[in-house]
Design a protein around this ligand. Structure first.
Ligand SMILES: Nc1nc2c(ncn2[C@@H]2O[C@H](COP(=O)(O)O)[C@@H](O)[C@H]2O)c(=O)[nH]1
Ligand SMILES: [Mn+2]
Ligand SMILES: [Mn+2]
Length: 464
């Protein structure tokens, strides 16, 4: 039996009909429909299909808000509640907290060091030791005065940076650059206008933030990676962004840590609690929010998202400091910082992305592969059929449990190298646990979602 026949059989049991043509799965169930962009060579799991169709079917009793469209990019695979690689558009009066999960504004930041690998290589050992200390061994020095913390939640990133300056934190940092870079990231902030400030009551209590995880990578799939520009795929765009073959780049993948978890979990619980008593609960266990509660959720989500941006800004500062002291690298330049777990107001809709990246026309996006595969800087083409999105990575092929059982490793003498304090990470995060990124990029280029700019090869990956 072919893979497609097996899938068709599994989906039939779920009452789902499937049609596959030219890399696109069209899926329908009596209560919902969705499309998935996925090349034939990559697996499609029935569990992920069910999760996506469950989201597409969310309705709020007595309310007109509804899902307008649900689709998925080639990194599609099952997630906890929402599938990874999914994009769900709802009318502006409906939000579904579970559709983006708890790592609000998990995202990826790319920095160009300006240095070539040949120049950095003699300093590599010192550089790796310094990065290991600050990223993995808790050797970071990131004081987080609570005044700055609350300024970030209530008034936004500029107030956060101003409070840091007032409190004398990071006296040596280049604050002008930090303001600019934060503004650049927030330029992507297409939150509904009410979501720009969060009243204190919506945010975590002081005890949750007493030992803040600001400036920490997070475990598992999150990473900080030194990469090298391996191939320039669009000369003009690469030149415009100051990139050339051989240049060392820093890719940071991290999210909103304990703050996002608090906000995401609290609002998923709240959405469930608000379900009308007289109506039986949906079998999927998925709940939306409407009216003032939806606005409050968006406010809290916006503040958690700003926390994630601040987290990636702090991580980038730590890396810059390590590169400057060990290799004399001055500054480094932000190329782009893209979110992949967030609700944004775009084209008059609430676009929920879980493990998917905005890819509007002319916007840069990032598609990492794995610690042993290429990553790509791409330009979005603004494809409305795919809700102005692209994949946020290659996507997992094997779940952690399955990888542990299969004992995949990266022990061979590869040109890339993983630095971690937990040996199990090498197995769980082995490149073969992920889909090959090549077909993921090709499928999206052919379908008109993205245009690749440069290909990056991994050099040293730090995983907590
Ligand atoms: N370049 C690297 N890419 C990696 C690594 N580990 C995972 N990945 C890719 O990133 C996305 C992130 O997925 P998320 O669902 O955890 O947000 C994943 O799909 C992989 O393709 C790595 O160490 N280096
Ligand atoms: Mn994350
Ligand atoms: Mn992520």
């Amino acid at each position: 039996m072919s893979h497609f026949q097996r899938l068709e059989k599994a989906l039939k049991k779920l009452n789902v009909t499937v049609n596959f043509e030219r890399g696109i799965y069209r899926l329908s169930r009596p209560d919902s429909e969705a499309t998935v962009l996925l090349p034939e060579s990559l697996p499609l799991e029935a569990k992920a299909v069910k999760q996506l169709l469950d989201f597409a079917a969310v309705r709020q009793p007595g309310h007109e808000g509804h899902v307008c469209k649900a689709c998925a990019t080639p990194d599609f695979h099952p997630g906890s509640i929402a599938p990874v690689g999914s994009v769900v558009a709802t009318t502006p009066d409906l939000v579904i907290p579970a559709a983006i999960g708890t790592d609000i504004n998990c995202g990826i930041r790319l920095i160009a060091t300006g240095m070539d690998q040949a120049h950095l290589a003699p300093h590599a050992d010192a550089c790796i030791a310094a990065l290991r200390r600050c990223l993995l061994e808790n050797g970071r020095n990131v004081p987080v005065p609570s005044k700055a913390f609350h300024a970030l939640f209530e008034h936004g990133p500029e107030a956060w940076l101003a409070a840091l300056q007032r409190e004398g934190v990071w006296a040596g940092a280049d604050f002008d650059r930090l303001y600019l870079e934060m503004a650049e990231a927030i330029g992507l902030d297409r939150f509904e206008s009410a979501a720009r400030h969060a009243p204190p009551a919506l945010m975590p209590e002081r005890e949750v933030v007493r030992d803040p995880q600001l400036g920490t990578v997070g475990s598992g799939n999150h990473f900080v990676e030194l990469q090298v520009v391996d191939a320039v795929l669009d000369r003009h765009l690469a030149y415009r962004h100051g990139l050339r073959a051989g240049m060392v780049m820093v890719m940071i993948h991290s999210g909103s840590r304990d703050v996002g978890f608090y906000v995401g979990q609290r609002w998923m619980d709240r959405a469930r609690a608000e379900w009308p008593k007289a109506v039986s609960h949906p079998e999927s266990g998925l709940y939306g929010l409407t009216g003032p509660l939806a606005t409050e959720y968006l406010q809290a989500m916006g503040a958690a998202a700003r926390y994630a941006w601040a987290n990636r800004v702090v991580l980038a500062e730590l890396v810059r400091e390590a590169l400057a002291t060990t290799a004399g690298c001055d500054g480094g330049r932000l190329i782009v910082d893209v979110p992949h777990n967030v609700v944004m107001r775009e084209h008059g809709l609430n676009i929920h992305r879980k493990g998917a990246t905005p890819a509007h026309a002319g916007e840069l996006a990032l598609i990492p592969g794995s610690m042993g595969d290429a990553s790509y800087l791409v330009e979005g083409l603004g494809n409305a059929d795919w809700l102005w999105s692209c994949s946020h990575g290659a996507g997992r092929r094997l779940r952690r449990q399955a990888v542990r059982a299969s004992k995949l490793t990266d022990d061979a003498p590869y040109p890339w190298h993983c630095v971690t304090l937990r040996e199990e990470r090498r197995i769980e995060e082995a490149p073969s646990a992920y889909k090959p990124v090549g077909p993921v990029i090709e499928a999206q280029s052919e379908a008109g979602l993205i245009h690749p700019v440069v290909r990056l090869r991994p050099w040293v990956t730090f995983k907590a």
